[in-house]
Design a protein around this ligand. Sequence first.
Ligand SMILES: [Zn+2]
Length: 314
Amino acid sequence: MLKKSALLLCSIFLLTSCKPVPKTQSDTHWYDVMPRPSWSAYRSIDTNQNWFEVYQLNENTYAIYEPYQWQEAISYLLLGSEKALLVDTLQGIGDLKTVVDQLTSLPVIVVNTHSHFDHVSGNYQFDNIYGVDNPFTLENAKGHDHSVNAGNMTADTFWKNVPKDFSANTYENKPYKISKYLSDGEIIDIGDRPIEVVFAPGHSPDSLILIDKNNRMMMTGDSFYPAPLYVYSATSSFRDYFNSVQTMRKYQDDVDFLLPGHNETMQPSTYLAKLQEATLAVQDSRTPSTIGDNATHTYQYEGFSLIVKKPLDY
Ligand SMILES: [Zn+2]
């Protein structure tokens, strides 16, 4: 149902990417499902950067969304009484800093749900970045030259509204500095709004989730979104993902909404139980799957699917 299911047809496999690049078919486009209807539930905020769409999710929470590129990446701006927390910084296309400055004058802390390029490439615009002391994170913080992600920025990954000063031919990921290392279980208090950091490796070695109990929200990054979930790259671990999903499930009663890193926002937290069931079913050899390239197996569930590599590292 979701257009991302077409990913099974993909042949390009890039280790630094969350998603492979779509394979173009003459009669369909990945953006045929756009705009996704679920976004219309939220107030759209005009900014002077039309590369991004900005939506107000509640009084003190904004989603900053890139609907015009295949990744459909989403970052979140959480406002406290003293500081703002920017969760992920998208792909480095467009001027994210200007958008953030329009939304708040509070000092901004950046936290990345993980260091894949489509979540950290705007980091270079910010000077207060909390990160994980993990070799994967530290390597990605050095940035990537054009060759690494050129395949993720091909013409068919764009739809419209590409900023005039952007060129896919020179696209690169700029380095950034981590100013503070995060601990598992740490609380970041941005003023009357404690945000709990929970390490959740699996999709990547440095994945984490953020829990905002006051607002009953969980920022899930790529550990959950309502589309195919990727736990098959060379740096993914199903074993770690399974354990992280058990941890996420424990918070289901504390949150109503999951705020994912791609496609759609404010998903019901009941997905956590379904995700837990899915990670258990994947370990049962009787559960049907679709076998793809590179020993990948896709397990389809209502609203999402799970792509793993066999044999499982379990
Ligand atoms: Zn990712």
